[in-house]
Design a protein around this ligand. Structure first.
Ligand SMILES: CC(C)(COP(=O)(O)OP(=O)(O)OC[C@H]1O[C@@H](n2cnc3c(N)ncnc32)[C@H](O)[C@@H]1OP(=O)(O)O)[C@@H](O)C(=O)NCCC(=O)NCCS
Length: 203
């Protein structure tokens, strides 16, 4: 996917993003991860790959002025984090551990872009398949995963202790298979068009 001209950018998550990530966690999950857990993922877990999505910064005189002021004051002018996601690469499997979008920014393609970025990275890293667990009641996330070719391969009873809720285990086909790739390329093309077109309408 050509990520250069989209309304949003996806970047590796950094320690300085954790504060914003925590806000999204608390708005998104009944049992959010802690800041400590994220620090562990970023600092100590060699298997982990975490990302954040932000709105692309405006190009032009206003933005360069802001950037200069920011540099003078020693503060960055990064756009706020709109969503985050991550996976662990284990035994040839990209296991998606989280994905969440700030509530005001949902239904605008941010979650889809994060998922695409993870699947692209997992393919680069030669993962065979992508897998995940999702709450049985979370039809929104299941829709997103099904759109990208994930299918239910298992059920784990009472996996989520907070609400005694079952987890569905979902998996893609082989990421390099012709059938997955042809479908994936079509979805990426459609997403790219959606997120490039909306760049023109940026306020
Ligand atoms: C799941 C989540 C990440 C989706 O992010 P998003 O940015 O709103 O999703 P997108 O706008 O990219 O939508 C992509 C697809 O997801 C599905 N989807 C997203 N929101 C949906 C909704 N409210 N109802 C039904 N399907 C939905 C659709 O298939 C959609 O494709 P479409 O636009 O062609 O219909 C977001 O709802 C979220 O943060 N939820 C809380 C955290 C969570 O449950 N994470 C999953 C843990 S397993």
């Amino acid at each position: 996917m050509n990520y250069t001209n989209l309304l949003y950018v996806v970047e590796p998550m950094r320690l300085r993003d954790i504060g914003e990530v925590m806000e999204i966690e608390h708005d998104s999950f009944p049992s959010p991860w802690s800041a400590r857990a994220y620090r562990h993922e970023l600092l100590d877990n060699a298997l982990s790959h975490y990302f954040v999505a932000r709105r692309r910064r405006m190009e032009g005189p206003e933005s360069s002025l802001l950037a200069r002021i920011g540099r003078t004051l020693g503060v960055g002018t990064r756009s706020p984090v709109l969503g985050h996601a991550g996976f662990w690469l284990m035994a040839g499997e990209a296991h998606i551990s989280t994905i969440a979008v700030q509530p005001d920014w949902r239904r605008r393609g941010v979650g889809e872009l994060l998922l695409v970025a993870m699947l692209d990275r997992a393919t680069e890293l030669e993962a065979d398949v992508a897998t995940l667990e999702v709450r049985a009641s979370n039809s929104t996330a299941q829709n997103l995963y099904r759109k990208y070719g994930f299918r239910r391969v298992g059920l784990q009873r009472r996996y989520y202790r907070d609400r005694n809720e079952d987890a569905l285990t979902m998996s893609t086909k082989r990421l390099t298979s012709a059938s997955f790739q042809s479908y994936f390329q079509q979805l990426k093309q459609a997403l790219q068009e959606k997120l490039t077109q909306s760049l023109d309408k940026m306020p």
